[in-house]
Design a protein around this ligand. Structure first.
Ligand code: FAQ
Length: 316
């Protein structure tokens, strides 16, 4: 393909459109690698939203009061909706729902590292909202400006909903941080467990991120993994300190010259272990998704039977 003048011409025009800030739409010409990268990223993102319902969903029946329960139900339902928008966005590129779900259920597909950790106390729900949704919003605000129209538009809506999730988590964490000694200890313990997995959400360092160069070239990513992670740390550290919470990083320091909070070494062995299927809850998460898929079989069968009858003109 590299030496095909027709391909080179199309590629030039495609890149010129991206440089002009135009959105690429489903029927438009695009390099196969652009399509492949988007299907990879969007389907992983969709799986993350759907698997992401599980850690917090486990606390719906144990929420401490009705207000918190309603908020949590709405949040978990939103995440399911985000998965739907994203599966649809990937379908516009030619991926089928069946193959994406099959990749998830057989363990071939990746999804965010962070959802493979257990939610041990109620404070984890607040900390997921503040830290995990906070990290997700950083990345997704960037993706709302990405060059592929359907992904970018899905992100605009998702970010609006995620910012509600972020605020409810922050409100909860602040309330417990300023609450009884027991509440404060519970929320600090949750921060200690979620801090590092949240930092890992941004992906490996730029020097170890094989996909970043092509994603940046084609305007899918407009910021790198390390840039977004640094921005997140710079925002979170002062906010956590302001409510008397600490960050579980003995090497963390403020660099006067750059204005950055510099974090210690991330345990990348843990990251790779988790995303390759060997984290604390990977097996449990996939078992839950498989059960949901099996339990939903009768719905899919009923829909297919109804569609067949419509085609045959038996029902309207
Ligand atoms: N987890 O070359 P890079 C949410 C993989 S949604 C697992 O740097 P890239 C909402 C990566 O896929 C959170 N795997 O990759 C919510 C690649 O493997 P591959 C999800 C990861 O794509 C909140 C390999 O490592 N958000 O939280 C991770 O350039 C609360 C090399 O990495 C998205 O998916 C990871 N963290 O950058 C729900 C956003 N990081 O595919 C419920 C869209 C890297 O070559 C409750 N995705 N890997 O085999 C992205 O922005 C990018 O894909 C990155 C990774 C930034 C995640």
């Amino acid at each position: 393909m590299d030496h095909d003048p027709e391909y080179e011409e199309k590629l030039k025009e495609f890149e010129a459109r991206i440089a002009r800030g135009e959105k690429i739409e489903p029927g438009d010409w695009m390099p196969e690698e652009y399509r492949r990268q988007l299907i990879r990223m969007i389907s992983q993102h969709a799986h993350s939203e759907v698997v992401g319902m599980l850690p917090e969903g486990a606390w719906i029946t144990r929420a401490p009061n009705l207000r918190r329960k309603l908020i949590l139900i709405a949040k978990v339902q939103d995440e399911g909706g985000h998965g739907q928008y994203l599966y649809h966005a990937a379908e516009t590129l030619g991926a089928t729902r069946e193959e994406m779900i099959e990749a998830l259920l057989t363990g071939r597909a990746k999804y965010s590292n962070v959802f493979n950790y257990p939610t041990l106390t109620w404070a984890d729900v607040g900390v997921i909202g503040w830290l995990v949704d906070g990290a997700a919003i950083k990345n997704q605000t960037m993706l709302a400006r990405c060059s592929y129209g359907p992904y970018s538009r899905a992100m605009v809506r998702i970010c609006a909903e995620e910012s509600f999730h972020h605020k409810q988590g922050k409100e909860m964490v602040i309330q417990y941080a300023l609450g009884t000694p027991k509440q404060k200890a519970m929320v600090q313990d949750a921060i200690n467990r979620w801090w590092w997995p949240a930092l890992m959400m941004f992906g490996p360092h730029d020097t170890d991120s094989p996909n970043t160069p092509v994603l940046v070239r084609w305007g899918i990513k407009t910021r790198t993994n390390d840039e977004l992670r640094q921005e997140f740390v710079n925002e979170m550290v002062p906010e956590l300190h302001a409510v008397g919470l600490s960050v579980p990083d003995p090497d963390l320091y403020y660099d006067e010259t750059t204005g950055n909070w510099v974090h210690g070494e991330i345990d990348w062995d843990e990251f790779w272990r988790v995303i390759r299927g060997n984290g604390p809850c990977n097996k449990e998460r996939l078992a839950a998704r498989r059960k949901a898929h099996e339990d939903g079989l009768w719905v899919r069968e009923a829909l297919e039977a109804y569609a067949r009858k419509r085609v045959a003109g038996v029902v309207s």
